[in-house]
Write a protein that binds this ligand. Sequence first.
Ligand code: ATP
Ligand code: MG
Length: 415
Amino acid sequence: MSYEAGGGATTENEEGGIRMDYRSFLIKYGEIGLKGKNRYKFEDALIRQITIALKQVEGTFLVSKEHGRIYVDSEGSFDYEDAVEALRHVFGIVSICPVLRFEDRNYETVKRQMCSFVQELYGDTEKSFKVFTRRIDKSYPGSSDQISAELGALLLDAFPKLRVDVHHPDLSLHVEIRDEGVSIYSVTIPGPGGMPVGTNGRATLLLSGGIDSPVAGYMIAKRGVLVDAVYFHAPPYTSERAKQKVVDLARLLARYTGAIRLHIINFTEIQLYIYEQCPHEELTIIMRRYMMRIAERIARRSGSLALVTGESIGQVASQTAESLLATNEVCTLPVFRPLIGFDKQEIVERAEQIGTYETSIEPYEDCCTIFVAKHPVTKPDPARIRRSEEKLEEKMGAMLETALRTDECVVCTAE
Ligand code: ATP
Ligand code: MG
């Protein structure tokens, strides 16, 4: 395969004028401390996730690993913006560098390619620059500093508007010389960081139509966890549209997590039964406990190792420390609450960043908001809650089984 420029994706430089044909991306990743077997697992999962993400982009791509680097090479033309956008959703990627790659390591070729790279991208701009050279192949003649200095001098000669600034350059021109060839790049686009999905087991997210739970799902997936989701609806009190909103949210999340299996559970009977039998100020907390119990049953079926919620201390009555204790009591799986210490404003900002906010604020009812008490308990006593639940014993076992049988599993994909 040849890595000569041409035939790839054309992109404009910052000034919007000069264009560059990129055919490849250099993907930087890194979670400090990953060694040996774990490193391979991480890299292989990252390649898998990149490959999946690029399936949605027009073009054919080859994703490969070469000596601690991952490259994406296009075969033919592709949409540059779409490819970058897809890569920006892959957890584990720290940065994305559009790169010029070529196999001929002859020093004269390196010089020539460097000049044409700079010509195409920055030829007529007034900028300061610095050349950074890495010789991964240490047998390559000359030292890295020497090569940087020589290439720098060459560029100064060829482009009178460029000047060198070794401390705060506008342009960082990187040259990497490896066994398999040479890479030149100057642009570094930040990736989302984190770990590739699939490297840290599976968890089940309680996904409502609100602002918080999609963000919670994002944060857990960012640590490499595969995410399944459960949504409780209460037809006819909650509408089809409210359900569709949750499907939409799962699809937005799926851009980061890959396909999400969303379990939709009919919660109406259980909710009405709790409403009839229990003190109204305890409704929300008891309802939340049954949601957790059902979610745990679904989670165990799929081999999930944890539940995930969007709870944050003190946000509402059902999320005081006392309420969280009461909710937590019914779970045997660990419950991950990644937003536990976040202010609402911080959660909103994150929701905006990841693109779920606009959908979350669509005004459709949630089952939690339908049967709410005017004055819910803020410091529930677990013993009292347990006593209230005893009144439900007669029918609740069968109701839980019935609710589980209503499970409608929708596979939510990004597009
Ligand atoms: P969110 O914005 O995520 O809905 P919230 O601030 O509205 O959160 P609650 O309604 O108290 O908070 O819900 C707390 C958590 O319980 C949610 O973050 C979510 O994980 C879960 N949850 C609440 N309602 C549902 C539901 N109908 N289906 C699935 N999970 C739910
Ligand atoms: Mg909610």
